[in-house]
Design a protein around this ligand. Sequence first.
Ligand code: LLP
Length: 416
Amino acid sequence: MDYFKFKNNILYCEGIQVKKLAKKYGTPLFVYSQKTILEHFFKLSEAFSQIKPLICYSVKANSNLSILKLLVRAGAGLDIVSGGELYRAKQINCPFEKIVYASVGKTEEEIKKAVREGIFMFNVESRSELERIEKIAKKIGKRVQVSLRLNPDVESKTHKYITTGRKETKFGVDKKTAKEIISNTKRYKNVIIAGIHLHIGSQITESSPFVSALLKTKKFLDGIPKNNDLQFLNIGGGLGIVYNQEKPQTAKMFAKNIVPLLKAIGLKIILEPGRFIAGNAGILVTKVLYNKESYDKRFIVVDAAMNDFIRPSLYDAYHKIMPLDKRTNKSLRTKKLADIVGPVCESGDFLGKKRKITISEGGYLAVFGAGAYGVSMSSNYNSRRRAPEVLVKGKRSYQIRKRESYQDLIKQERVI
Ligand code: LLP
């Protein structure tokens, strides 16, 4: 569900023609729909309203300050994974008691900052990290809450790079270690083990992996000493969305399938959705530079590239691509499928392969599903400037990030 719709073959974002935005702000350009972002957030909170979870939006999915502010204003907390994300959270005045902090490799400096600011809790990923937090909290003279990230060893049925709950992955601790830690909480004076954290992967389209992880967690909780301080269960993010032919569960179905289990576990619930909220709320708009054929291949060369949007190159991810204006130029008609490629000097630089698209040079294409893990994973590779971002609210558009300048590209560098 989103507010990118064709009217008379012309693509609109809410009440604005996307082509007008492309002309005004230039391309490549990310366009987001505010209404879509908010509706996704409210869908999730309504689906889980019986148990009133704390929903901590996962900053890594799309970390633009305006988007964070929008969600925090709507009642969300934030799930962060670095000092940089903590800094962003602070810039938009996210209440610290709504910030959870995961990551297998938090540095001492990052932990210190987060302890001083008084975040809600750390999601701890190893025994060594727990000891480090204990030491730092003691020095600062604070008691901090942590959730222990449990690696439940479940298959999440998604791309292997974004599977995080299998035993061979680096995330969380095994059940034996978790039990030992929780059985010996007295050893920790400055750390309260207040919760269990799970995050089994991303773009998961079925409930079954979550159900297996929760069943395993329940079994685990049944087997640990009852005199523990556990109050929270953070079930992470991971809810999948439609990119192509997927039939992901709705928030309602997801809730229906897991709420009984969550109730049986009886802890306060935290969710960390990223993609579900931002994924289909954004598109990448790009201009066609050249049509070209070489041997038996047809290419549409566009001005966006893997540095702007790396999901196709990195995960072989499918993203729907369509002209902003579907009234095709008849003279271009051909049955030959085209690869949509960028200017970067790698054969891995593509946005889509074997597509049935014909479009004139100078025309615009939209890459759908670019709201999550788009700009947040972009880079300056090939010394390309990062693209601007525009947020649409009804008939108005706001530039929420400017295109980088050439000076931006070199501002940290020195010639010696
Ligand atoms: N919580 C934790 C601890 C996470 O590691 C993640 C994502 C989330 C929540 C949010 O997951 P989501 O609801 O967005 O699935 N770059 C990849 C996705 C990487 C996800 C990393 N962790 C992609 O473009 O598919």
